[in-house]
Structure formats: C-alpha cells, structure tokens
Design a binder for this molecule. Structure first.
Ligand code: B12
Ligand code: SF4
Length: 525
C-alpha cells in the first residue's frame, strides 16, 4: 500500500516514526511536506508573506495526488489543523482515496474532528499499530471496517469511537526515523539533528497534552525509553554523513532515569561526541545528572521553569517550586552548563505582577535565553475544562479552540484575553531583551513602567532571537539557523514554483490529463 503522509511546519518526529514503521511492514510511505514558515506557528509567521509565498491548498493537494496514494495520512497540531482540513477538502473534490487524520489536535476530540466530511478516520493517540491495521484493511479493500482500535469513524450517520489499544512498550521495535523526505526538502534540517530517546512524561501539568494521559491510557506506564544502543546506532548512522553540527534531544524531559543516563553519557561521549541540547525539569535535575550531561557534551539545557511563583506552579499541577528551580540552576552553573529557560506568560491566576517577579528573578540568574511563550489553551488539556468551569473561557471559546483556532499562538499572544493583557504585551518583549542587554538597562526599563513604551513586540521577538544567535552562543545559533534555513528554503522554493507554474501548467495540459480532472464523483460522505 502506498501511504502519503502530509505535514507542515517543522520536522515531524511522529511522521518519521510512522513512516519507518509502515515501511518495515512492507508498505510504501511517501511524504508531502510543506514548510509553510509564515503560517504554521513556528515563530516566523507573517500573513502577507504567507499569502504570496506559500502554496495554496490546491497546489498541495496536487502534490499529494501526484504520489498516487492508496491512503492519505495527515498529522495535525492545533496550529496546523485548519490548513490540513483545507488540503483534505481539495483532495476529496477529486479523488476517493481514504483520508486519515492523527496527531495531538484530533486525538483530543476525535468525535468532533470526524464530523468533517473529508476525513474518513481519526487515529487517537499513539498511531503505529492503528495505521498499520487501517492499511491492511484498505489492502483487502475493506476500508469501511469500523472496529479498529484507536480509530473513530462515521457509520451511517452515527459516530463510532473505538477503544484505544495499549502503548508500544519496546520502542526499539520502531526502526530509526525516516528523515530522508524532510532532509530532501530542507537540507539544513540535517545540521541540527532532531531525535527523541523516550516517549511520555511522568508529570501531569494541567496545560500540557500529558495532563489527560491516565484518562486515555489507564494503568499504562507513561514513560518508555529506547535502549542506549538503539539510540546510539541511529546517531552513528547519520553522523557518518558528516552533516550534523548539533543534536537536539526533544524528549519532554531528558534527565530521567540515572542508570540510563550513565550508560548514555559514556556511549555518547565515545561514539558520537557532537554537542547537544536537551530539556530538563527542575524536579529531575541534581548534581549527578548535571555532571553526566556535562561529561556527555551537552552545550545547552532548556529548563522548564514556566513560573517562579510556587502557588501558581501548584495550581497548574506542576511538580516542584521556586526552591527546586534555584537548586537546578545552581547545579547547572556549577558544571558550567549553559541554560535557557522556558517561561509561560498568562498562566491562570497570573498577571503583570507575577511577570515582573519573574523578570527580576531572571535578572539575577542570567539565563542564556528566555523562551517566553503565551499560555495557549489546547484541546485535551485539563486546564481547558478548568477554564470553562471558572468562566475564563466561554463555551464558544472552547468550540473555537476545538476547531483549531488557537489565535496568534505561543509566540505572539496566546488565545484568550489575559489578566493585564496590555501590560503583558509590553513585558513580553522584556523577556526577549533580558539576555541581550546589560542588566542595568533592564532594571531601568522595569522602573516606573518604562517598558510600556516598548512597541512592536512581535519584531523584538523575531530580531531578539536573531541577535542572540549572532552574539555567538553556539546552541542558539544552530537552532536559529535551522529555523531561518527553513524559511529561506521555503521562500526559494515558492518563488521557483511561482515562476515555473504557468509553463508547467501549459506543459501538463498538453501532455497528460490533469490530476485535477475528477476521475470519479467526489465520495459521498
Ligand atoms: C518534540 C516536540 C516538538 C518538536 C518536534 C515535533 C514533532 N511532533 O516531531 C518541534 C520543535 C518541531 C515542535 C514544534 C511545535 N510544537 Co511541539 N512538541 C513536541 C513534544 C515535546 C514531543 C512530541 C514528540 O516528538 N512525540 C513523539 C512522536 C513520536 O509522537 P507524535 O509526534 O505525537 O506522533 C505520534 C502520535 O501523535 C500519532 N500521530 C501523529 N500524527 C499522526 C498522523 C497519523 C495519520 C496517524 C495515524 C497517527 C499520528 O502517532 C505518532 C507516533 O505514535 C510534544 C509534547 C508532548 N506532550 O507530546 C510537543 C507538542 C506536540 N507540541 C506542541 C506545540 C503547540 C508545538 C508548536 C505549535 C509550538 C510552537 N509554536 O513552537 C510547534 C509546531 C510548529 C510546527 N508547525 O511544526 C503541542 C501540541 C498541542 C496541540 N494541540 O497542537 C504539544 C503537545 C505540547 C503541548 N503544549 O502540550 N514540537
Ligand atoms: S513536565 Fe512538561 S511534558 Fe511533562 S506534563 Fe509538564 S509540561 Fe507536559
């Protein structure tokens, strides 16, 4: 079976895993990847550039049809869901091919997502075995089966949502990620190698996808980790090509399980030796972990701080408190490990005063970078329901969010009116400037609300990141290069496509029937 994966935004580890998994089972995966750097919530959004430079849903649908798929598999984040729907609708105008959706957005509300007529099945949660079963059914010409675990279908006017199967416990069963398709589109992706060593997280912060883990997977072990040889084998394979400058471990928390870390640090230092970046949580950081990270060659630790107010942390179910955060930053400093911090603006219960406290704290500890994200209410998180019951979000707001309208998103303003919103918009820029400018200037800015004169915070965010990269700190430089290479590559491809398009269209229409000539009536749904 030929399955064509469709995704947009940045490199997608889930798609890479699914692609490798179905290939191993004898199917033929293909990838249609649109970088869409100006509209996929990756930090470089611009409505104007998106309009002129990004492919239309029809153009993407043409690319999908050209791969001659038996099944089309979309992945969707809340920020990319509406785009994926537009492409799916275009596809359904011309071909009968079954369309399957998976990923965090549709997993949160599958019964709602399946109401969309262009979607034939939703896969909830971990997708490997459900997708395989769907492909096998299609192969036997029985795509209409409605009893496949993890899947939600429409069936004669009603909706059938099947139970979710157990998780894959042995992640070594999954072959190394299928990265080729992404690297062909954006060769610079290979300079910063994205990889995960485990799936899941032991914690349940209310704003995170994992907050509802035990509801979806009752009794399941939340964290599953690859063996060190499996991970190192994959890294060695790609290292041989000589293009990786930095490795990014995207595990939600990399510093779990000391025994594994000891084995990893030794093997990584000896066999890979490429500088790497990873995430930690204050609750899982201690002197031994810091030492292991340093020995293995870590050049940047991202610390999930989110708030420096211990009451807020407790209210959003986040383990740890300010003391734990201070201890974490202290041990990282002791081992000369540079760190950046993740911070959330607009957590429930927080306003301008809490952001000022946080800025004062960061002035003291001087992180290399502050990734200040706006609190975004995502489907399937416990905070969403809490917000409804506390009147923070109305039913209409929630409907909107479930349909994929999450506002300007993480970087540019979240998806609700926050307490002290105007004030927060100004303060947001100060988080970006803090690591760049002398502390005395930031103190001056904070005094007597001078930060209220900051304008164009969106630009400060984008240029602040660029300035950090230019300042020469290697981990951020590589990460920013990664994002900009995607943006430039996509712009170049778009311009080429636009210039070539009229000639191509003429040639196609003279030689072959257009893929958009409907071969059959659109499927009745
Ligand atoms: C690593 C990571 C990233 C990486 C890599 C993304 C990736 N998925 O590979 C990067 C940095 C690119 C990233 C970016 C963003 N991320 Co992110 N990311 C994560 C993180 C920490 C782990 C995801 C991961 O690698 N999982 C392991 C892989 C193997 O699983 P997976 O991708 O989920 O795919 C599995 C299933 O979902 C399913 N599946 C997925 N797609 C499909 C499709 C089909 C057809 C099928 C059958 C199954 C299926 O099967 C896969 C294999 O089992 C999660 C945190 C979390 N709680 O999971 C957030 C998370 C996924 N990210 C999130 C967000 C919001 C973002 C950003 C929008 C944030 C931003 N503005 O910067 C951007 C999106 C940019 C873009 N447009 O690409 C949210 C998504 C919430 C939502 N409802 O959309 C999460 C859940 C964090 C959270 N807030 O709770 N992210
Ligand atoms: S620690 Fe991070 S990944 Fe884990 S539940 Fe909290 S926010 Fe989600």
């Amino acid at each position: 079976m030929r399955v064509t994966f469709v995704t947009s935004g940045l490199e997608h580890l889930g798609i890479e895993a699914l692609s490798a998994w179905v290939r191993q089972a004898g199917h033929e995966p293909a990838l249609v990847y649109e970088a869409r750097p100006f509209s996929s919530g990756s930090g470089t959004d611009s409505k104007l550039l998106a309009r002129f430079l990004e492919p239309t849903p029809q153009e993407t649908a043409e690319r999908v049809i050209a791969t001659k798929p038996d099944v089309v598999a979309f992945t969707s984040y809340s920020v990319t869901h509406r785009w994926a729907l537009q492409v799916a609708r275009e596809l359904k105008r011309y071909v009968k091919t079954p369309i399957v959706f998976g990923g965090p957005h549709v997993s949160a509300a599958p019964e709602r997502a399946i109401r969309e007529p262009s979607i034939d099945a939703i896969v909830e949660g971990e997708g490997e075995n459900a997708l395989l079963e769907l492909l096998e059914c299609t192969e036997r010409d029985r795509f209409g089966r409605t009893d496949i675990r993890n899947c939600t279908f429409r069936d004669n006017g009603s909706i059938v949502r099947n139970r979710v199967r157990g998780l894959l416990h042995d992640l070594d069963q999954i072959p190394w990620a299928d990265k080729q398709g992404f690297y062909e589109t954006v060769p610079a992706f290979e300079h910063e190698f994205y990889v995960i060593s485990r799936r899941g997280c032991p914690f349940r912060c209310s704003f995170c996808e994992f907050s509802t883990f035990s509801k979806t997977y009752p009794g399941e072990r939340p964290v599953r980790r690859r063996s060190v040889p499996h991970l190192i084998g994959e890294l060695k394979h790609w290292k041989q090509r000589g293009r990786i400058r930095k490795v990014f471990f995207w595990d939600a928390i990399f510093t779990l399980d000391t025994k594994w870390m000891i084995e990893f640090a030794d093997a990584y230092r000896r066999e890979i030796g490429i500088p790497f970046e990873c995430y930690t949580h204050p609750q899982t950081m201690n002197r031994e972990m810091a030492q292991l990270l340093a020995e293995a060659g870590c050049i940047m630790v991202r610390v999930g701080v989110q708030s420096v107010n211990s009451d807020t942390l407790a209210a959003v179910g986040r383990k740890g408190d300010l003391d734990k955060i201070v201890q974490t930053l202290d041990v990282l400093a002791e081992y000369n490990l540079p760190y950046s911090v993740d911070h959330i603006i607009g957590l429930p219960g927080e306003g301008a005063a809490e952001q000022l406290d946080a800025l004062k704290f960061y002035l003291k500890v001087k992180p290399k970078r502050i990734l200040a994200h706006w609190m975004t209410y995502f489907p399937g998180t416990t905070v969403l329901e809490e917000a409804r019951s506390q009147g923070i979000l109305s039913d209409e707001d929630i409907e909107r969010i479930l349909d994929g309208d999450v506002g300007p998103g993480y970087m540019f303003g979240g998806n609700k009116e926050y307490r002290d919103h105007e004030e927060l918009l100004h303060l947001c820029g100060v988080f970006d400037l803090l690591p760049l400018l002398p502390p005395a200037f930031i103190e001056w800015l904070l005094k007597n609300h001078r930060y209220r004169h900051l304008r164009g915070v969106g630009l400060i965010r984008q240029f602040g990141t660029l300035a950090l990269a230019l300042r020469g700190e290697p981990a951020t430089r590589e990460h920013v290069r990664h994002i900009f290479a995607t943006t430039l590559g996509a712009t170049r491809d778009a311009l080429r496509r636009k210039l070539r398009r009229p000639f191509l269209r003429r040639r196609i229409s003279q030689t072959t029937p257009s893929p958009f000539k409907a071969t059959s009536a659109p499927r009745e749904t």
